[in-house]
Design a protein around this ligand. Structure first.
Ligand code: SF4
Ligand code: SF4
Length: 380
């Protein structure tokens, strides 16, 4: 068996659904990435700017690396809905995939090392310094789409990616799950994701402006979310699956949580209902221990919950928003609570009075501006 065949076989044994080897060279969309950065479309993800040189030249990530092994793993398909209709991106179900895919990459590394494949090794999951979708496309395991994700023949857009840089020279090409000649998905004339995106974040085929993307805004972005975008979050309290849900290539994808016993970790996220996400300030890290929902931190998740409780009004939501407006120590949450109250219960004179009183009490200038913008509109 050749080294690349060994790598594919072990990857399959470890439960990876897709595998391929990309040439260790600059990603083919390097120019577009540079322009995207220059236009500031990465929002506050400054680490992309800092790591630009390594992202554009993967051989800098691990100087003795000779190959880039790309692995894919189908994820859960069942929609995640909290009480009251709030939505969570499917990938967030259960334990944080960064952790368990990293462990699986470590296992793969140990098995390959034991068989004599040369190191050094470095496993990367998601936030690492490489353009993983461009490399995965170069490895032949999927095709880049107009929604800037990767579409696989078997899983559509519903899969995770992980990568293993290694010192052994492996023959580039797709693994047995994507044999040469297999037709890869193709967007063709379809524009469903562009048309369906709630915030018009897909500014051109294959280009997402992170500053408008609900996934970025609800997970990575710190601070207030722009007023003009808050209503467009709709029910999405963590991430957004809209562009994947409308993609015809994903409609027949298997639900990997049912297919693979190894995905037993996929369960509804802890901490429901949504009102608790807003008002329970203590024990955040315990409640969301090991979950991707920790990523936005307590303030970010409470901010998102306040906005979604405004978009999906209920009596319980109103009470939770009033508590957050009066008591939350984070200005970003108080400001979002005021917005949620006015959005969901603007006809209620008691709610308007509570926001006016909160404005009188408020000492944080940025929060005062946010309150004023909520009460009096964009001219303030
Ligand atoms: S994740 Fe949601 S907001 Fe972001 S591009 Fe897709 S549909 Fe638009
Ligand atoms: S929805 Fe259509 S345009 Fe968008 S990624 Fe899927 S096939 Fe491509």
């Amino acid at each position: 068996m050749k080294p690349h065949e060994i790598a594919f076989e072990i990857a399959q044994e470890l439960g990876f659904d897709l595998a391929g080897i990309a040439p260790l060279e600059a990603p083919h969309r390097a120019g577009e990435f540079q322009t995207w950065l220059e236009e500031g479309r990465h929002g506050s993800m400054e680490y992309l700017e800092r790591q630009k040189d390594r992202i554009l030249d993967p051989s800098r990530v691990l100087p003795d690396a000779r190959s880039l092994l790309i692995l894919g793993l189908g994820h859960a398909r069942a929609p995640l809905e909290l009480e009251g209709g709030a939505r969570v991106a499917r990938y967030a179900a259960g334990r944080d995939y960064h952790n368990w895919i990293s462990k699986r990459l470590q296992n793969l590394r140990r098995r390959l090392e034991a068989l004599g494949l040369r190191g050094p090794y470095r496993g990367i999951v998601d936030a690492g310094p490489i353009m993983e979708r461009a490399h995965a496309a170069a490895a032949g395991i999927g095709a880049e789409s107009k929604a800037a994700n990767l579409l696989s023949t078997a899983h559509g857009p519903w899969f995770f990616l992980g990568e293993l840089l290694l010192g052994e020279e492996l023959e580039p090409g797709p693994g047995p799950s994507n044999p040469p000649g297999m037709t890869l998905p193709n967007c063709g004339t379809c524009t469903a994701c562009i048309d369906a995106c709630p915030t018009e974040a897909i500014v051109a085929p294959g280009q997402v402006d992170a500053r408008r993307c609900i996934s970025y805004l609800t997970i990575e972005h710190r601070g207030p979310i722009e007023h003009d975008l808050r209503a467009s979050l709709g029910p999405w309290v963590f991430g957004c699956d809209v562009c994947s849900e409308v993609c015809p290539w994903g409609s027949d994808a298997p639900d990997a949580s049912a297919l693979l016993g190894t995905h037993a970790a996929f369960e509804a996220p802890e901490g429901s209902p949504l009102t608790g996400w807003l008002t329970h300030r203590e024990g955040f890290s315990v409640r969301f221990n090991g979950s991707p929902l920790q990523r936005p931190r307590r303030e970010g998740l409470a901010r998102n919950a306040a906005i979604v409780l405004g978009n999906l009004p209920s009596d319980e939501g109103r009470e939770a928003l009033l508590i957050a407006l009066a008591e939350d120590p984070a200005g970003v949450v108080r400001a979002a609570a005021a917005w949620g109250l006015l959005r969901g219960h603007g006809d209620d004179a008691g709610v308007r009075g509570a926001i006016e009183r909160a404005l009188e009490r408020e000492r944080d200038e940025a929060v005062r501006r946010d309150f004023n913008r909520t009460i009096r509109g964009p001219s303030v």
